[in-house]
Design a protein around this ligand. Structure first.
Ligand SMILES: NC(=O)CC(=O)C(=O)O
Length: 287
C-alpha cells in the first residue's frame, strides 16, 4: 500500500449544498458567491454538488451539455478557484465531448491558480428501477467514463467519484491503497435512496479504508422533477460523521486532520493485517 503523507498542509474542507435552478448562468453566479464565501471562512478545499449548473434529469443533460474547452462552466470554475485561492472540486456538469459526440457526467478539479488538475467522468451510470418509487436511467443520454481519478494537492492525494460511483467499494479501496487520504463524491441521492443509503455508504467507504469521505448534494427543490436528498456530509476515517446538514442550501466545514487519521490507523492496523494470500489486492490487479 502506498503511504499517505503526515506533513501535508492543513486542510479545511467546505461542502457547498447549492440550490440549483434551470438558469445555467444563475447557477454559476450562485456557485461563485458561495465558493468565495467558503474561502473567506478559511476553506482551502471546496466542493460543489453533482450537476450544479443544470437540473438533474436525462432530458436536461443534452440541453445543458457543453464542451470543457469552449463552454462557460469550466471558465467560471477556473476563475472561482483562482479568486478563492483554493482547490475546487467543481461538482459535476453535463459534458459534451465533440471528439466522440457523447455526453458525460463530469467533475473537473482545479488548483488555487485556477488550473485543471483532474477530470472525472462518472464511471457507474445511475440506472435503477425501484418499482413504485424511482426509475432513473442515466444511460438514456449519458455515456460512462473509462477511468478512476486521483488528484494531487498540497494536502495529499484525493480520489474523486460521482454519486452512484460510491455504491461500488472498489474505487475507494483502490484510492486508499494507492495513497489517497480522502474520497470526495459530488452526488445527488433522492428521497428513496437518500434516507436508506446516503450516510451508510459514506461511512462504509470511510471505515473500510480508514480515509475521509465527503459527499456534496444539491439542495432539495420540490418544484424540480428530481428531488435531491440533500444532507451533504463529511465522514472521518473511523466512520464518524464530522459534519452534516439538512436539505436546504448552505455550507458545512471540517478540518481534515491527517495526524489523527494516522493515529487511528495505528490503533486498528488494517493496513498491515490484510490477507492478500486469500484474496486479491484490487489496487494491483491489472485491467
Ligand atoms: N444519483 C445517483 O447517481 C445515485 C443515487 O441516487 C443512488 O445511488 O441512490
Amino acid at each position: 500500500m502506498a503511504t499517505t503523507s503526515t506533513t501535508a498542509t492543513p486542510c479545511k474542507l467546505a461542502l457547498i449544498q447549492l440550490a440549483v435552478t434551470a438558469d445555467k448562468q444563475a447557477n454559476l453566479d450562485n456557485a461563485r458567491t458561495h465558493v468565495l464565501n467558503a474561502a473567506s471562512n478559511g476553506a482551502n478545499l471546496i466542493v460543489l454538488p453533482e450537476c450544479f449548473n443544470s437540473p438533474y434529469g436525462t432530458k436536461h443533460f443534452p440541453q445543458y451539455a457543453e464542451s470543457l474547452k469552449e463552454g462557460p462552466s469550466v471558465k467560471a470554475l477556473s476563475a472561482m478557484a483562482k479568486d478563492a485561492k483554493a482547490y475546487l472540486i467543481g461538482g459535476s456538469i453535463p459534458e459534451h465531448d465533440p471528439t466522440d459526440d457523447k455526453i458525460y457526467n463530469t467533475c473537473t478539479v482545479y488548483n488555487p491558480n485556477g488550473e485543471i488538475i483532474g477530470t472525472h467522468r462518472k464511471v457507474h451510470l445511475f440506472d435503477i428501477d425501484v418499482p413504485g418509487k424511482i426509475r432513473f436511467q442515466e444511460s438514456e443520454t449519458l455515456s460512462a467514463g473509462k477511468q478512476l481519478t486521483h488528484v494531487d494537492t498540497d494536502f495529499g492525494k484525493i480520489g474523486i467519484g460521482i454519486c452512484y460511483d460510491i455504491r461500488f467499494p472498489e474505487p475507494a479501496m483502490i484510492a486508499a491503497r494507492q495513497g489517497c487520504f480522502a474520497m470526495i463524491y459530488p452526488g445527488a441521492f433522492n428521497m428513496t435512496t437518500g434516507p436508506l443509503h446516503w450516510e451508510l455508504l459514506q461511512r462504509a467507504r470511510a471505515v473500510d479504508n480508514q480515509i475521509f469521505v465527503a459527499a456534496c448534494s444539491p439542495a432539495r427543490d420540490l418544484s424540480a422533477d428530481y428531488h435531491a436528498w440533500g444532507h451533504s456530509t463529511i465522514v472521518g476515517p473511523s466512520g464518524d460523521v464530522l459534519e452534516t446538514m439538512d436539505e436546504k442550501q448552505g455550507i458545512i466545514y471540517a478540518d481534515l486532520d491527517l495526524k489523527k487519521m494516522h493515529e487511528f490507523r495505528q490503533s486498528i492496523p488494517l493496513i498491515t493485517q490484510r490477507r492478500f494470500d486469500l484474496y486479491a489486492d484490487v489496487s494491483k490487479v491489472k485491467p
